[in-house]
Design a protein around this ligand. Sequence first.
Ligand code: NAD
Ligand code: LMR
Length: 325
Amino acid sequence: MGFACAKFCMQFKVMVAGAAGGIGQPLSLLLKMDPLVSTLALYDLAPITPGVASDLSHMDTPAKVLGYKGPDELPSAIADSHVIVIPAGVPRKPGMTRDDLFNVNAGIVRDLTQCIAVHAPKAIICIITNPVNSMVPIASEVMKKNGVYDPNRILGVTTLDIVRSRCFVGEINGVDPRTVKIPVIGGHSGVTIIPVLSQCKPAPQIQEQNKIEVLTKRIQEAGTEVVKAKAGGGSATLSMGWSGAIFTHSVLRGLKGEENVVECAYVKSDLTDAKYFANPICFGKNGVAKNLGYGKLNAYEEKLLKIALPELKKNITKGEQFVKK
Ligand code: NAD
Ligand code: LMR
């Protein structure tokens, strides 16, 4: 990301739902710095929201910042958005699983998506809210109910798993983590997070299988590592703000017509018998341009996939049923 090309780039309206929260604020800060963003609409229920918008609006970058507070202002925040990023919802406390957040967050994502279906049905929706595995099916079912479903425009954000994998492999190999390339496939919770270390470039400098398994487990449990360290104060916010900004920038590059823009994302899928699956996706002018699949897995990764699929399918069904019932 940088400032240089702002004047010459095609630019977009990005709306953040949950903009006053732990993720929302750093994410909005980074989006205010994104040269592809011309308007940044910040929406939240919290009374601080207009203040967050006022604060960011004083930054000397071109994006115009607008604040919207409460459901009455939601339609205006949504209208004309090209991309809508959703980190609205409650985070975990120690001892909770992401699925424990379902009861509160499902209604939040359903209601936000309902408003998007009416006021910006063509927007690309990027869902950060947990459990991502269930929230993407919820948003999809809401769009279907409204007759405006486009699977290419509903994306679950799993970028933090890739960012963490790059970071941990970078540490092991003693290289800049930004030079590490690794797909993380499946979903975004515990066993559904599958780092494909056999495809990692450069290969992690660990030969023993037990060390590969320790690294895999660390990536799968990295969210819990942060939740424990924050000791009741929430989950990852800063690294997620960073990851969300990387993801949104890639979506915008695709929208602007750039080719070969690839990020892992959790999308509608027929690669496995789970209806949604995360893996490398090429973005384009309409969101998903091409699903790139996940390539060849080694025997250990195949085993991880076998373990992940029943959990993933359960999470997906739970989301679908929530909207259908
Ligand atoms: P937070 O509590 O700090 O912030 C959430 C914000 O959402 C709050 O400002 C709250 O007012 C707002 N909100 C609640 N209901 C809303 C609604 N109906 N409309 C608009 N805003 C609403 O939480 P956080 O740490 O920012 O985490 C947010 C979510 O992101 C959690 O569900 C968390 O589990 C998830 N998360 C996902 C990832 C990922 O990799 N996908 C990473 C970290 C956190
Ligand atoms: C993460 O991976 O950090 C997020 O999904 C938040 C969490 O609850 O772990």
